[in-house]
Design a protein around this ligand. Structure first.
Ligand code: BTN
Length: 261
């Protein structure tokens, strides 16, 4: 199916907007209004783009801002797996964009759903859910932002863009690549039955096991080494005292030595 000039995988629709507050906010509004599963909302820029933990997501023109409205028809705990699935799909979409160039970016996924290149943030994913009291078929909105043309300055952490890595891509090309890789991974997922394969795919695209990481949870900071993710998608970290901890929420940083800095 063709929509907004893009060829989309079967079963998906797309709305393109020049500007919106946030594609996730628009996805949630449409979900509450009864939108069916499979709608992509793609915007040229966002006036109030949002990131994880209430942070803003700077959203000037030239980068990719897209959200997918899905009604996965599974319990919310299973639907949460879609955050890792989206990371795998976004990783593959970026590899597809790099494929036609000489650039070989060092792409990695960082738990729960950051896209890094050479240890610097290249993109992020924000999963939100919408359900009305009477609505059994709740919706999730999977928002994905990728720095194609530029990276925001002065946000207190290292960031990069595909352009800086020598990969020039238009938002339209990136949108199409993402729509196809998401469709493919959603098919593999089989409503959660094949999550072990998604987990393996995520681990294959993540930082090396044993890398030094830290996890911030409010005021507390846990230092340790990346062990992996468990069968539910939680982060496993070996702390400096040798204890293994399971983390379900927090901000993970790759320690400087793990980036070779
Ligand atoms: C993060 O903090 O890493 C998550 C960033 C998610 C940004 C994307 S851009 C498209 C969608 N719309 C939003 O407002 N946020 C997500």
């Amino acid at each position: 199916m063709r929509s907004a000039g893009l060829e989309l995988p079967p079963g998906f629709r797309l709305v393109h907007l020049d500007e919106i507050d946030s594609t996730n906010a628009e996805g949630l509004r449409r979900a509450f209004a009864g939108e069916a599963s499979g709608l992509w909302i793609w915007a040229g820029r966002q006036a109030a783009g949002r990131g994880r933990a209430g942070r803003p997501w700077t959203s000037e023109g030239g980068n990719l801002y897209a959200s997918l409205v899905l009604r996965p028809g599974v319990p919310l705990a299973i639907a949460a797996q879609l955050s890792l699935l989206a990371g795998v799909a976004a990783h593959d979409a970026i590899c597809a964009l790099a494929h036609d160039t000489d650039a070989r970016p060092d792409l990695q996924l960082k738990w729960p759903n950051d896209l890094l290149a050479g240890g610097m943030k290249l993109g992020g994913i924000l999963l939100e859910s919408a359900s009305a009291a009477s609505d059994q078929a709740f919706a999730v909105v999977i928002g994905i932002g990728v720095n194609l043309d530029h990276a925001p300055e002065n946000i207190g952490r290292p960031v990069t863009s595909l352009a800086r890595l020598g990969i020039s891509s238009s938002p339209a090309k990136a949108m199409a690549a993402l729509a196809w890789s998401m469709a493919e991974w959603l098919r593999h997922w089989e409503s959660g039955r094949a999550f072990p394969q998604i987990r393996e795919a995520w681990l294959a695209r993540a930082q090396a096991k044993g890398a030094a990481i830290s996890v911030r949870q409010g005021e507390s900071l846990i230092l340790g080494h990346f062990v992996g993710i468990d069968e539910a998608g939680a982060l496993l970290i070996q702390t400096e005292t040798g204890q293994q901890r399971r983390i379900t929420a927090g901000d993970v940083s790759v320690a400087a030595e793990a980036r070779g800095a």
